[in-house]
Design a protein around this ligand. Structure first.
Ligand code: AMX
Length: 399
């Protein structure tokens, strides 16, 4: 287990969500289909508001519509981004990856940390959670403006779109990116709800949790997690999926047979790459987050050629991965689908996709960070051993 990426070691307390290998993620005991039905929606909308899942993760309770509207308004009231963020972004090379920009932008806000200030002022440890909560609210409130600024300076003409405080958090996010249709707003609500959390052991959640356990403030802790999310085996997989789908399309066209697709998937594996969007460290079934995005696509874009390609690949990839004899979960994960929905609505810039994932993941990991400070979780410090120690204890392990 220690040599295998700690897979299967139970080692953390993490309240906001729990992953079951067969059933997928549950947030405070509730699965995605139930949340899609029960969480409050925007007026006239059908998808849940991410503010609702944030409330659920923090309190364990499904909020009322009025509670969610209060939270939306509170976030809107805290949304102003300090000028230092834009100065820091301007100082970066034009080709800095959007995830690098997001890290830098958050670091530029860190001097405002209420947690760090309270600690320096001698705050009692029983109050740490309050300061962590204040920072978390500020960060989450500002993320739409920060991410939209990154989007518009990297992929558009750099002009910024003013916030619309009457909109919910996700709809305002789409609006500030410059995507104003109701359909995009609905997609953003769904997207931002389903990417929030995936229990504690994944790289972004664990890194945030670990760094937070040193009483590093929420800005420092979140950035650690986001830098992990920027890895291609974790959050960056969503950008890799769209690139790979485009590559697939170029190579085999829109009317490829199953045999042609199978050959293409094998060619990817033989070139020493992974098939992005497939596999998981814990899940052993199709990710319910994939399934709900598929349902969204069936409703809104059933004839999109990219959506059809995703469906066709679902018919061949698991067979190929199973045939390798080593992949433990041959089924699609959340990233296999998300890019196709975004590109359909004109958000075609794949390098931006992980920023969207990060904005959503911030809600989950910061909710847990607040709870961890509330429960006085200690500094995390597991034990490591050397390979020599393993050999002395258990003998030489043959590969
Ligand atoms: N394509 C090719 N090979 C894969 C694979 C895939 N999709 N999934 C697993 N494998 C390989 C592993 O690389 C490993 O090979 P190795 O023994 O030669 O090193 C072997 O199968 C066993 O791996 P595993 O135990 O099944 O998976 P894991 O827990 O080590 O890794 C994950 C999980 C997600 C990193 C892996 O499945 C992967 O690389 N998937 C593709 C990238 C991806 O979609 N990542 C996103 C995951 C979800 C998320 O965090 N957003």
């Amino acid at each position: 287990m220690v040599a295998g990426g700690m897979r299967g070691i139970t080692a953390m307390l993490y309240e906001t969500s729990l992953l079951d290998a067969e059933e997928g993620i549950r947030f405070r005991g509730r699965a995605i289909p139930e949340l899609r039905e029960k969480l409050p929606k925007a007026r006239g909308g059908e998808e849940p508001l991410p503010e609702g899942i944030m409330w659920l993760m923090l309190t364990g309770e499904i909020p009322s519509e009025a509670q969610v509207r209060t939270l939306s308004a509170e976030l809107a009231a805290r949304a102003e981004v300090p000028k230092a963020v834009f100065d820091a972004l301007d100082a970066l090379p034009k080709n800095a990856h959007p995830m690098t920009q997001l890290s830098v932008a958050l670091m530029a806000m860190q001097p405002e940390s209420k947690f760090a200030k309270a600690y320096q002022d001698g705050a009692h440890k029983t109050t740490f959670w309050e300061h962590a909560f204040e920072d978390s609210m500020d960060i989450i409130a500002r993320l739409p403006a920060v991410c939209a600024a990154i989007y518009r300076r990297t992929f558009k003409d750099g002009t910024l779109v003013a916030a619309d405080a009457s909109l919910d958090w996700a709809a305002n996010f789409a609006h500030m990116m410059g995507h104003d249709s109701e359909a995009v707003k609905e997609l953003m609500r769904l997207y931002m709800t389903i990417h929030v959390d995936h229990e504690g052991g994944n790289v972004s959640a664990h890194a945030t949790h670990l760094v937070g356990s040193a009483l590093s403030d929420p800005y420092l802790s979140l950035v650690a997690g986001l830098n992990g999310l920027a890895g291609p085996l974790h959050g960056l997989a969503n950008q890799e999926v769209l690139k790979w789908l485009n590559e697939t399309r170029e190579k085999v066209g829109d009317n490829a047979t199953k045999e042609e697709l199978t050959e293409f998937v094998w060619a990817t594996l033989k070139s020493g790459r992974v098939v992005p969007g497939y596999g998981h460290g814990v899940l052993r079934k199709t990710d319910p987050r994939y399934t709900c995005q598929r349902e969204f696509a069936l409703k809104h874009l059933p004839d999109d050629p990219m959506f059809k390609l995703v469906g066709k690949l679902f018919e061949v990839v698991p067979g190929v991965l199973t045939e390798t004899g080593k992949v433990k979960n041959p089924w699609p994960n959340v990233d296999a689908h998300s890019g196709v929905l975004l590109q359909y609505y004109g958000i075609t810039e794949a390098n931006f996709y992980t920023v969207l994932f990060g904005a959503s993941r911030a809600i989950g990991v910061l909710s847990q960070l607040t709870l961890s400070r509330g429960s006085g979780y200690p500094i995390e410090r597991p034990k490591s051993v050397t390979s020599q120690w393993i050999e002395e204890k258990f003998g030489k392990v043959e590969a």
